[in-house]
Design a protein around this ligand. Structure first.
Ligand code: G6P
Length: 611
């Protein structure tokens, strides 16, 4: 959601910024723009649409060695050229790019309009730009002081970069709730909302924390506390990201690359943590908290989107293997509900990005209640990772496709390790734990077998690409997979799809079934298999078309269904790792056949940093 890139150095900044904006495209956006400091003036070009639309409108003589760019995902005001960033104040001296939401923008707007200022856009960002300009123009303060003073009056969340016409060599960046990272190069500096636009130039980075601002010139930077106006010492870190990881590597889309990567990301999530010969699990990030975790009366798992589906499975795993009551809540509900959280509960937050606003707010709420918080996060250094007491990284590598795929299976793998660890710690040496361990040791090969079916699933996709609706049904551990399959399809192909517990079909969705309704049924051999077969009969009786995902293809199933996608057999607690993959591939192939923007679906953002 919204991306920021700033550059101050010796290279032609227009090229660095445009390339940086392309790297940020994956976050989701609807307009883009850049400001360059050129010949003592600020030159701004912004455009609704894609970055290539912006590139077409850039004047050929636009040049300079300092500038900033932004991709906007509309919150306040429709996507159009005027609402796009950067925003200038009315004097034209101050330019601002902003991620997040200024919640008191109405009050600031009234104050400014009362002083005779006119604002041209509908955005909260322009209000802040105008307010910085107002302070800068009225008081004899420096530009960084004007930014700092303005920010002390802001309620809301922001990651900003600001430029001033009078300061040809200075970028000012600040953060409260929306991530910002500085890139420290040789005679050049970068600022960005994540490290992807920076890694091709330098690996030395500094993560700003909430409440900090940075004055960035081309050879150095200084970080201050916004409220206390005192310097803050920051340590530089080496970013663990390669250019190869953020490029498509020969695949037509990031999403397909990431689906295929699951044959390595699932084992990577276990690497160094799982000793198969002894069956011992070792999770350094929660080692000091294991006893406390086991002592929990109650565990809440909270998340959004695909991570919430992983949470549902995590809840089932903890209950099945450890026996601690577990409740799964959408983070957006968790943050406003009156929940029973106390020092004997544990709150786990699952997030690929570690920056989802609702998930972070849920963590804050749990921290305030004094309960143990644990993160299951992909992005190292992200807010959820930093603000939880303990946690486990999923180590899936950067996920660029907006629709989450490999992060989901890595989350499931880590949730399995956490459950096994707690079960072992609790002295559970059940048959179940032993057989899960045996199957986990050979899961990699089975993942490969499922991925090898991509072409067969493409053939299936051809048959169903014109459907307007899809239903996904599953029971037990396969119910969250049905939800995830439906989510994948609607996210990237814009086909309406619903996931349901199979037995609930009779309480509503059955009314929708006719010959035009494809139903994906998770028909795995477990204790509900016979019931699922009955559901399939009910669908066929109404002429629905059934695509079954099955691990044991019996003649009866073959007779009843239109298509079967077969996955290898494994322990029932591990089956979700295999059964979700054909659903990811089905959604992917249908979306490509429908000519959809698979990696950047309309209206969606990779990391939802606003409420
Ligand atoms: C957005 C993304 C989803 C993701 C969800 C939660 O909606 O488009 O793919 O599952 O946010 O994101 P998180 O980073 O917290 O896992």
């Amino acid at each position: 959601m919204c991306g920021i890139v700033g550059y101050n150095g010796y290279r032609p900044s227009v090229e660095v910024l445009i390339q940086g904006l392309h790297r940020l495209e994956y976050r989701g956006y609807d307009s883009a723009g850049i400001t360059i400091h050129q010949d003592g003036e600020l030159r701004t070009i912004k455009k609704c649409g894609k970055i290539r639309d912006l590139e077409k409108t850039l004047p050929t003589d636009m040049a300079g060695s300092m500038g900033m760019g932004h991709t906007r995902w509309a919150t306040h005001g429709v996507p159009n050229d005027i609402n796009a960033h950067p925003h200038l104040d009315s004097s034209g001296k101050i330019a601002l790019v902003h991620n997040g939401i200024i919640e008191n923008h109405h009050a600031l707007r009234q104050l400014l309009e009362g002083e005779g200022h006119t604002l041209g856009s509908e955005t909260d960002t322009e209000v802040l730009a105008e307010y910085i300009g107002y302070i800068y123009g009225r008081n004899s303060v420096s530009f960084p002081d004007a930014v700092r003073m303005a920010l002390t009056k802001v309620v809301g969340a922001y990651g900003i970069v600001a430029m001033c016409e009078d300061e040809p060599e200075l970028l000012v960046a600040a953060r409260l709730g929306s991530p910002l990272v500085l890139g420290v190069g040789e005679q050049e500096m970068f600022v960005a909302s994540d490290a992807t636009p920076i890694v091709e130039y330098t690996r030395n980075v500094v993560y700003l924390s909430d409440g900090e601002m940075a004055m960035v010139n081309r050879i150095s930077y200084e970080v201050l506390s916004i409220t206390h106006n005192i310097p803050v010492h920051k340590s530089e870190q080496q970013v663990d990201l390669t250019l190869e990881q953020i490029e498509k590597g020969g695949y037509p889309h990031f999403m397909l690359k990431e689906i295929m990567e699951q044959e390595t990301t699932i084992p990577d999530a276990m690497r160094g943590r799982m000793d198969f010969p002894t069956g011992k699990v070792n999770l350094g990030g929660i080692r000091d908290w294991q006893n406390r975790l086991l002592d929990s009366d109650w565990i809440y798992i909270t998340a959004c989107g695909t991570s919430w589906h992983a949470a549902l499975i995590g809840g089932f795993l903890i209950e099945a293997l450890v026996g601690i009551p577990t409740k799964v809540e959408y983070a957006s509900e968790f943050r406003y509900r009156k929940l029973i959280i106390n020092p004997k509960t544990t709150v786990m937050a699952i997030s690929q990005s570690g920056e989802t606003a609702d998930t972070l707010a849920a963590v804050h709420k749990a921290n305030e209640a004094g309960t143990l918080t644990m993160g299951i996060v992909n992005a190292v250094g992200s807010s959820v990772a930093r603000e939880t007491n303990c946690g486990v990284f999923i180590h899936a590598g950067p996920e660029i496709g907006v629709a989450s795929t490999k992060a989901f299976t890595s989350q499931l793998t880590v949730l399995m390790l956490v459950s096994l660890l707690l079960a072992q710690q609790a002295g559970e040496s059940s048959q179940e734990v032993a057989s899960v361990l045996k199957e986990l040791a050979v899961i990699e090969d089975k993942v490969k077998q499922v991925l090898a079916q991509s072409d067969a699933i493409l053939d299936l996709a051809r048959e169903y690409q014109d459907s307007n609706n899809f239903l996904y049904l599953g029971r037990g551990f396969q119910f969250p997979i049905a939800l995830e399959g439906a989510l994948k399809l609607k996210e990237i192909s814009y086909i309406h799809a619903e996931g349901y517990p199979a037995a609930e079909m009779k309480h509503g969705p059955i009314a929708l079934i006719d010959e035009n309704m494809p139903v994906v049924v998770m028909a795995l051999k477990d204790r509900t298999y016979e019931k699922v077969l009955s559901n399939i009969q009910e669908i066929k009786a109404r002429k629905g078309r059934v695509i079954a995902v099955a691990n044991d293809v019996e003649p009866e199933l073959e007779k009843l269904t239109d298509h079967i996608i077969q996955v290898p057999t494994t322990h029932r607690l591990l089956l979700p790792l295999l059964t979700v993959i054909p659903l990811q591939l089905l959604a992917y192939h249908i979306a490509v056949l429908r000519d959809c923007h698979v990696d950047q679906p309309r209206n969606l953002a990779k990391s939802v940093t606003v409420e």
